[in-house]
Ligand binder design. Structure first.
Ligand SMILES: NC(=O)c1ccc[n+]([C@@H]2O[C@H](COP(=O)([O-])OP(=O)(O)OC[C@H]3O[C@@H](n4cnc5c(N)ncnc54)[C@H](O)[C@@H]3O)[C@@H](O)[C@H]2O)c1
Length: 250
């Protein structure tokens, strides 16, 4: 039985992951770290990592970048594998994650759905096939509570397209005012409202034709089940950085 600690256990994804683990015979949630406190799912919740009394087998983080410092120190010191599902990290924090992965196994993905990861591959293929003559614009839609913009998934998809262009296209987050003719940037646009789980649309616009590839998540359960698969897969892996490609190709 794999013993899981959930960072951000009191949030919406924390609840989804609790439900997913509850329906799984091989894993259990032993505690959570969340300053919101209480014990919403009948397991102990600690305000930060210094208070966690017993080491879990793996940590799954669906919280916020604010949790990262204490979490990385805890995981790296003890060699506890860590699945990072939260989004919105700064470049500096991404470097900290990389440095900690020299000491423990870290799995990070901005999106744990198989569909989005397939979409990322299709986007790269489309960009390679269509070539420089097509402009790329990404539009993402999420619920009114989402803290970060653009979504981590939009950035992940932009990275996939850009890989096909040898990383030559700068990202342009939104447009405003008289900006003139567009360059070769990848535009990213964020819409927020209601209870939208997560929608991503990637448009390749060329001379007289447009190709659009998209993904729509209908429930948050898809992310929880992907993160649980990653957590089980990560246990026992040597220190290093892992991602969805490693999981899907294994
Ligand atoms: N990778 C994916 O597939 C995927 C899918 C959905 C959501 N997410 C990401 O997961 C995160 C959580 O999403 P949500 O919808 O559950 O948000 P939420 O706001 O409902 O929950 C976040 C929880 O984190 C807690 N938190 C805040 N600061 C903390 C800290 N310092 N330490 C520990 N806990 C802390 C909050 O109290 C809250 O309970 C977001 O970053 C979101 O973008 C990722």
């Amino acid at each position: 039985m794999i013993r899981i600690l959930i960072t951000g256990i009191c949030g919406k994804m924390g609840e989804n992951l609790m439900n997913c683990v509850g329906a799984d015979g091989d894993a259990e949630v032993v505690c959570g770290v969340d300053p919101a406190g209480g014990s919403p799912h009948g397991v102990a919740v600690y305000p930060d990592f210094t208070k966690v009394p017993r080491q879990p087998d793996v940590i799954v983080d669906f919280s916020s970048p604010a949790a990262l410092g204490g979490e990385l120190a805890y995981a790296a010191e003890r060699g506890v594998p860590l699945v990072i599902a939260a989004t919105g990290y700064t470049q500096e924090q991404l470097e900290e994650i990389k440095a900690a992965s020299l000491r423990t196994a870290i799995f990070r993905s901005a999106n744990f759905s198989i569909g989005v990861n397939l979409l990322a591959k299709l986007i790269k293929e489309a960009a390679l096939a269509l070539g420089e003559g097509f402009d790329v614009e990404i539009c993402e839609r999420h619920h009114r509570y989402k803290a970060d913009a653009p979504s981590g998934t939009a950035l992940l998809l932009a990275e996939s397209a850009n890989a096909a262009y040898g990383n030559s296209r700068p990202l342009k987050i939104g447009r405003n005012g008289i900006e003139g003719k567009r360059g070769n940037e990848i535009g990213i646009h964020s819409l927020r409202g209601g209870t939208i789980v997560g929608e991503h649309e990637v448009m390749f616009a060329g001379e007289d034709e447009i190709i659009t590839l998209s993904h729509s998540a209908r429930s948050k359960a898809v992310f929880a089940s992907g993160a649980l698969k990653a957590a089980k897969w990560l246990c026992g892996k040597p220190a290093g950085m892992y991602g969805m490609d490693d999981l899907l190709n294994s």
